[in-house]
Design a protein. Structure first.
Length: 360
């Protein structure tokens, strides 16, 4: 019996998968994102789903559906992804949904934006349950956002929520998108690492990369940054100070425009640095609000690093419900058409019988 759904959160550093049954996480796994190419990344996604199924004690035949949240531009109808610069091989078109689907025959696979999925996870099952209008900002390898308005995920024309590419400093740091001064260029983990390397070249000292090596990492992860902060590494403190100010400005601009009830701050870096980081971002935002006496609630995530994967299952469950409602409506319309046709035929037969009697 197909009783479970799989949700996958694809990031530049990790792949998080969960198995959900009756609204509960019954299995999960976490794999590193390969640094090679798209084929290896997709193979690792499939492996992460299988690992999560193992922890749940389930076979692939138990899956009703698989949902994947991914960075980049997503063609929801086809499951193709592109422009995901933080994922190896995902800059150009990748048939993510169809390829993963081939590994789980007969199981539908949907693909959506990773941050939209995470926002839906927090909105339906996490810190956002109390609100109808909120912004989710997820600070990880990059910075992404998702918007809930009047209780619905707002898609716009397909690119809503790109808060990471709003400008916080005109002519500032080069972003991975090639533009200058984007929020992501100051708050994204990858940009923080690149900036640290540039400043080392200019003579600044840091423990950041020593910590990275001691932890056996091949990149500056969120935990490496957290450890460097705990050791009072001056360069890391400086970079996080800059990230906080950039986030505060971007969130204030969003609040001044939208007058939201709440803003949720999460993602790999946001979750790892926790409430002290969220409170600092809140204070930086408050300094730039037009109406500081009426701020939004600023919250950390409740689901933590499962926000994206759980949110992906929320998306697939809502889509399955929508498809079932459409199917039920079509069946109802067909039954109505059949009844009307039958009534018309009866009416025509009665008229015909009446004409025959008159002629007799």
């Amino acid at each position: 019996m197909r009783q479970a759904t799989a949700g996958v959160d694809l990031g530049g550093t990790k792949i998080q998968a969960v198995i959900m049954s009756s609204g509960i996480v019954v299995g999960q796994s976490r794999h590193q994102t390969p640094k090679t190419d798209a084929a290896d990344v997709i193979a690792e996604i499939v492996a992460s789903i299988r690992s999560a199924l193992d922890t749940a004690g389930m076979e692939p035949s138990a899956l009703r559906a698989v949902a994947i949240g991914t960075p980049g531009s997503v063609e929801v109808t086809t499951g193709h992804v592109s422009n995901a610069r933080n994922v190896p091989g995902f800059v150009h078109d990748v048939a993510l949904g169809p390829t993963v689907g081939a590994a789980f025959p007969g199981t539908p696979v949907i693909v959506d934006n990773d941050v939209r999925a995470a926002v839906m996870g927090e909105f339906r099952r996490g810190a956002g349950r109390r609100f109808n209008n909120l912004l989710g900002v997820f600070v990880g390898t990059g910075v992404g956002g998702g918007l809930i308005l009047k209780g619905e995920l707002h898609h716009g024309r397909g690119n809503t929520g790109e808060i990471g590419h709003t400008t916080v400093k005109p002519g500032g740091r080069r972003c991975g998108c090639t533009r200058l001064g984007c929020l992501e260029a100051y708050a994204g983990r990858l940009s923080i690492e690149q900036t640290a390397r540039h400043r080392i070249e200019k003579g600044q000292k840091t423990k950041l990369f020593d910590i990275m090596q001691r932890k056996g990492r091949d990149r500056v992860t969120s935990s490496v940054i957290a450890d460097a902060l705990e050791q009072n590494d001056h360069l890391t403190i400086e970079l996080i100070d800059e990230a906080v100010e950039a986030l505060g400005l971007a969130l204030a601009n969003a609040q001044n425009l939208l007058d939201l009830e709440a803003i949720i701050v999460g993602g790999g870096l946001g979750d790892r640095l926790g409430d002290p980081f969220v409170r600092r971002v809140e204070q930086a935002m408050a300094r730039n609000l037009r109406f500081p006496e009426s701020p939004p609630e600023v919250l950390g995530t409740e689901l933590r690093d499962l926000s994206g994967a759980v949110g992906a299952t929320v998306l697939i469950e809502e889509r399955l419900i929508e498809e079932r409602l459409i199917e039920e409506r079509l069946i109802e319309e067909r039954l109505i058409d059949e009844r009307l046709t039958e009534e018309r035929l009866i009416e025509e037969r009665l008229i015909g019988e009446g004409n025959t009697e008159e002629q007799a």
